[in-house]
Design a protein around this ligand. Structure first.
Ligand SMILES: [Fe+2]
Ligand SMILES: [Fe+2]
Length: 395
């Protein structure tokens, strides 16, 4: 290819790159697009985008291991990418195994053999490195100065998009986490199982929503809004909420009001998720046949999101141990729910529960594993009674 054609081709690739990265706001997808395009443009065999995690003082990237994708973390300063992130200068080497900065760990994990490496910093708005572009194994020979210039241009183009997507992702996560922790506050007063039920019923709700044919986004919304279904319980007096025995009729009437309190707390929120949570909170105890509360709504008068969440909620409550009952077997819970078809629950939602049962069980097991990890972490914060004896008594 002539020089001129070569330049034209590069210009086309650059403008395509700009167009593609401007169209994607999700960090995950953005990083995949960038890696693929950069690899192509500089004619490398691989491209990794490393991002700096300031909080942990590490760099992370995604690596493909067979069918799986894993997050790989390396300390700042370690390896080529770590060096580039720390010093802010580019590295271009012909034979990686002869360079002392190179660590073979990644090759060992992935079974890949690195030869040539070109890495440039991704500079953020304030001029510090927010990440590193690293390309491996040039098609022919080693990477040239021209490749380095090109990679720097790509890095400059991509940096602000990556920064924005990262900020957006952080915001989204903290929004979700805040919602979840709000739900935990409400649950903490009577269950104290710190989220076991919330996590599982939330996963089930998302799976049921997908099985009902909802879009990915709708199912995700239901998943993240559903833990707030009982938030209104914070307004129920202890004497009722924590009463060990059976509730008197007037106490039960007050207990039922947790649906109304919950929706009052959430109604008219600006957040789409909180508005959805209000819809779920008010109707999660309505029954398909109109025998539920607070408004005795029937069938499709009940919001579909609430019909979904009520199945997820009850199924999880059945298979969990509660103060007033032991845990049911999964089979018994299934039989009970099937028996409530058209009574408590929407038959269409029950069909979806059975259709996606394998996913439900897989999600339950995954959440149980996570809960065990959390509990191990919490043992760092023992109850005060378990506090070690004071080693330095006051004189
Ligand atoms: Fe409830
Ligand atoms: Fe619940």
């Amino acid at each position: 290819m002539g020089r001129r054609q070569e330049l034209e081709k590069r210009q086309t690739l650059l403008s395509r790159f700009g167009r593609l990265i401007a169209a994607e706001t999700r960090l995950d997808a953005l990083l995949t697009i960038i890696a693929e395009e950069v690899r192509h443009i500089v004619n490398a065999d691989r491209c990794s985008v490393f991002l700096v995690d300031m909080y942990k003082g590490e760099l992370w990237t995604k690596v493909a291991l067979g069918m799986e994708e894993k997050i790989l973390r390396i300390p700042m300063g370690q390896g080529i990418a770590g060096f580039v992130a720390k010093t802010g200068s580019a590295v271009n080497i012909r034979d990686a195994y002869r360079d002392t900065r190179f660590t073979q760990d990644l090759d060992r994990i992935t079974g890949y053999q690195t030869r040539s490496v070109l890495a440039v910093p991704l500079k953020g708005r304030e001029g510090r490195a927010v990440g590193v572009f690293e390309v491996l194994n040039k098609g022919k020979g080693a990477f040239t100065d021209e490749d380095e210039g090109l990679l720097r241009i790509l890095a400059t183009m991509a940096a602000s998009f990556i920064e924005n997507a990262t900020l957006y992702e952080d915001l989204r996560r903290s929004h979700l986490e805040t919602i979840y922790r709000m739900a935990l506050v409400a649950e903490f007063r009577d269950q104290k199982d710190t989220g076991r039920h919330l996590r599982r019923m939330s996963r089930f709700s998302g799976i049921l929503a997908s099985a009902m044919g909802m879009t990915y986004q709708e199912a995700e919304d239901i998943r993240y809004a559903s833990p707030l279904h009982d938030i209104g319980k914070v307004a129920i007096p202890d004497a009722i909420l924590r009463k060990p025995g059976k509730l008197e009729p007037d106490e039960f009437e007050e207990m039922k009001r947790h649906t109304i309190y919950g929706s009052q707390m959430l109604v008219n929120a600006e957040s789409r998720l909180l508005r959805l949570a209000a819809k779920i909170a008010i109707a999660h105890h309505e029954h398909f046949d109109g025998s539920g509360y607070p408004y005795a709504l029937k069938g499709d008068q009940i919001a579909i999101e609430a019909r979904i969440v009520s199945v997820a909620d009850v199924f999880d409550a059945l298979v969990s141990k509660r103060v007033y009952k032991g845990a049911w077997t999964v089979e018994d819970a299934k039989t009970y729910i099937r028996g409530q078809e058209g009574k408590l629950f929407d038959p269409a939602v029950i069909d979806c529960l059975f259709k996606s049962f394998e996913d439900i069980i897989a999600a339950m097991e995954e959440e149980n594993r996570r809960i065990l990890e959390d509990e191990a972490f919490k043992s760092n914060f023992p109850e005060p009674s378990a506090k070690p004896v004071d080693q330095h008594p006051h004189i």
